[in-house]
Design a protein around this ligand. Structure first.
Ligand SMILES: Nc1ncnc2c1ncn2[C@@H]1O[C@H](COP(=O)(O)OP(=O)(O)OP(=O)(O)O)[C@@H](O)[C@H]1O
Length: 244
């Protein structure tokens, strides 16, 4: 469903991650793991179309931009923005309602149901800036529920979230998987990946392993990934294969 043909992604023409070749099948539940700076977030941005490949090609088949829902890293969100939880979650409906369309009663009910599904009943009128980190993450999952997208990209969805919230949100991920949605999540907790994600892509500026999780996370593979050079060198030469 999502096909990557020798994809290179980066910034200012410098590759951050390259030579990604492979397919993500419809209904896949894929973890993307690797050291800091490995290119995991960059890959998600490429998949959703926010970053154009420097080289290679991403084939999204019949998927349009609106078919791909995206949960950014918590740090990328402006929590000082004066918006209430209800309205944040209702934004998940924009695919159908349109940005300036009014919400009908049925829409309001759907927002309330989504809030209830993530355990946030009664939080609708709270400003997002007053939520705890875990509560905000629940609200963002409620928004994803309403987006109803066939492909869902999650960038570190469980970072700094307590065990109970992780368990609740993982249930939602499992439900999406049962519904044959494609879920791709950047994660750092290897235990959680082994437990809940059948497939893993181990990245270290390039794919080190991609396949069944037990295979991809073998100790020798993890060691290989750890050996990745840490610094992103702005003066590094352009990738040999794709330098134009
Ligand atoms: N907007 C940007 N402009 C320039 N370089 C960037 C930009 N965003 C990321 N990079 C660089 O690209 C490389 C890959 O970054 P990316 O955020 O994809 O890594 P990551 O694997 O998600 O890391 P982490 O686990 O720390 O979140 C890093 O060296 C980073 O400094």
């Amino acid at each position: 469903m999502l096909k990557l043909h020798d994809v290179t992604l980066g910034y200012d023409r410098h590759p951050a991650v390259h030579h990604i070749d492979g397919e993500i099948a419809e209904g896949a539940l894929l973890a993307v793991v690797g050291p800091n700076g490995a290119g995991k977030s960059t890959l998600l941005k490429g998949l959703m179309g926010a970053l154009k490949p420097l080289g290679g090609r991403i084939d999204r088949g019949a998927l349009g931009r609106r078919d791909i829902a995206y949960l950014p890293q918590a740090a990328e969100l402006d929590r000082s923005f004066p918006i209430e939880v209800f309205d944040l979650v209702a934004m998940g409906l924009w695919r159908r309602v349109g940005l300036f369309g009014g919400l009908r009663r049925a829409d309001r009910e759907r927002v309330a149901e989504a809030l209830s599904a993530v355990g946030l009943e009664g939080f609708g009128r709270r400003a997002i800036g007053t939520l705890s980190g875990g509560q905000l993450q629940r609200a963002l999952f409620a928004r994803l529920l309403l987006q109803d997208a066939p492909v869902i990209l999650l960038d570190e969805p469980f970072a700094a979230i307590d065990a109970r919230t992780v368990a609740d949100l993982l249930q939602i991920v499992a439900r999406w998987h049962d519904e044959r949605r494609t879920v791709i999540a950047v994660l750092h907790d290897m235990e959680l990946v082994r437990r809940a994600f059948p497939e893993t892509l181990l990245l270290a500026r390039r794919p080190v392993a991609w396949g069944p999780t037990a295979e991809a996370l073998k100790p020798e593979r993890l060691l290989e990934a750890r050996a990745m050079p840490e610094a992103f060198d702005d003066r590094a030469p352009l990738c040999g294969v794709h330098a134009a």
